[in-house]
Design a protein. Structure first.
Length: 395
């Protein structure tokens, strides 16, 4: 890479070299350098966009979620999702200005608007514009030529109506950001992530399985990292607003909020118990590939079928508690999460033979409550505790 480091990078330019990316990949156990490179560029391009637009462009999506997490829980994200109050023509000028800035330093990038085939065929107008930014990445894919694209989705919203957060001293893998990203609020990103799991109403297409798992991952670590009643109260107050905006954005007739919660709970339960049914579903290969390419090794080492199930069941109780808090002013179901974790820690201090007998007894209790589950494939104590308490208290 040849450049004048004083002319166009906002963040440390060394990070974006082959040596810099390789060093970060080795430090965090990130196996796919191409995806890591795209992830780092998300935050460089965001810096240039917000330098020109300020609060008219707010970071949302996976890129936003990672900045609210400690680095040890972050994952790679290769798309840039932005809420903006600018017009499409304004966005073109912003991207043109960024391209010109880079090109003057002989670092050639370009941009192009992307219109999905579905929109071309139906003429359906959605309040979003997608642009492809062509960047001369230093890493190439091994098996096929890498398309040097960073995708930017601009969602048209009145950003003056959104809560804004300046995240100072931000950091992602090996990169301390030399600016304060302007994002949607913590409660808004959590509500956005939660609504994606309403798979049959307002959320993601269930066939977009990787996106579903990405949102489960982000939501689980966000809920754990901000496990306090003040944040939970802010989420409770924000959720109806996000839901209303989702209806408006997608042109949907409003649905009772209880139906939305039931949709989310059903999705989480199905994923949590998919491998325990009579016709068990193994971990999809797409998810295994996502883990290997986007997650750091320390998390990959623990993230098996049992752990994905634990994350889903944690979120099941958390979501149930949110509904209870919203509709009945009762957040007490949250206490069950803490009691499960405490019980798991207590049992791990017991002798192995005592613990194994407890596990077998627990399986017997679960079979009494839900005979359809095939528990022979798991002996994970924490997972079994979650299953037992969910059937005992919530189903």
């Amino acid at each position: 890479m040849s450049y004048n480091k004083n002319t166009f990078f906002i963040n440390d330019p060394v990070v974006f070299t082959k040596k810099g990316i390789s060093s970060i990949a080795n430090a965090y156990g990130l196996n796919n350098k191409e995806i890591l490179e795209g992830h780092l560029w998300v935050y460089e391009i965001l810096a240039h966009v917000q330098q020109l637009t300020g609060e008219a462009c707010l970071l949302k999506g996976g890129g936003c979620a990672q900045l609210y997490l400690p680095v040890e829980y972050q994952r790679c994200t290769v798309d840039l999702d932005i809420a903006t109050s600018l017009e499409d023509e304004d966005l073109k000028m912003v991207l043109k200005s960024i391209a010109q800035k880079f090109n003057k330093s002989k670092f050639y990038i370009d941009y192009k608007k992307y219109i999905p085939e579905s929109v071309k065929l139906t003429g359906q107008i959605i309040p979003m514009a997608t642009y492809f930014l062509y960047i001369p990445f230093v890493f190439k894919q091994k098996k096929k030529k890498r398309v040097p694209i960073l995708k930017i989705d601009f969602l048209f919203k009145d950003t003056s109506m959104l809560k804004k957060t300046y995240i100072s001293q931000s950091e992602t893998f090996g990169l301390k950001l030399n600016y304060s990203p302007i994002t949607i609020s913590l409660e808004e990103i959590i509500c956005d992530k939660l609504l994606t799991l309403a798979l049959t109403t307002v959320g993601l297409d269930p066939y977009k399985i990787v996106s579903v798992y990405k949102n489960i991952y982000d939501l689980y670590y966000l809920a754990n990292s901000y496990n306090n009643i003040s944040t939970f109260t802010a989420i409770k107050d924000q959720f109806p607003l996000n839901l209303l905006l989702e209806f408006e954005t997608k042109g949907l007739t409003p649905i009772n909020i209880k139906v939305i919660f039931e949709d989310i709970l059903t999705a989480l339960y199905k994923i949590a118990t998919g491998d325990l049914q009579e016709d068990p579903r193994n971990m999809p290969k797409k998810i295994q590939r996502f883990q290997g390419e986007n997650l750091q090794q320390s998390i990959n080492d623990i993230l098996d079928v049992d752990y994905w199930s634990i994350m889903c069941m944690y979120l099941y109780i958390w979501t149930y508690a949110l509904e209870s808090y919203m509709l009945r002013q009762d957040s007490s179901p949250l206490k069950i999460i803490n009691s499960i974790i405490e019980e798991d820690e207590r049992l791990w201090n017991l002798p192995m033979e005592v613990r194994n007998k407890y596990i077998e007894d627990l399986k017997g209790k679960i079979r009494t409550l839900e005979p359809s589950l095939n528990l022979s494939s798991t002996g994970n104590l924490l997972r079994l505790l979650y299953i037992y308490h969910i059937f005992l208290n919530f189903r």
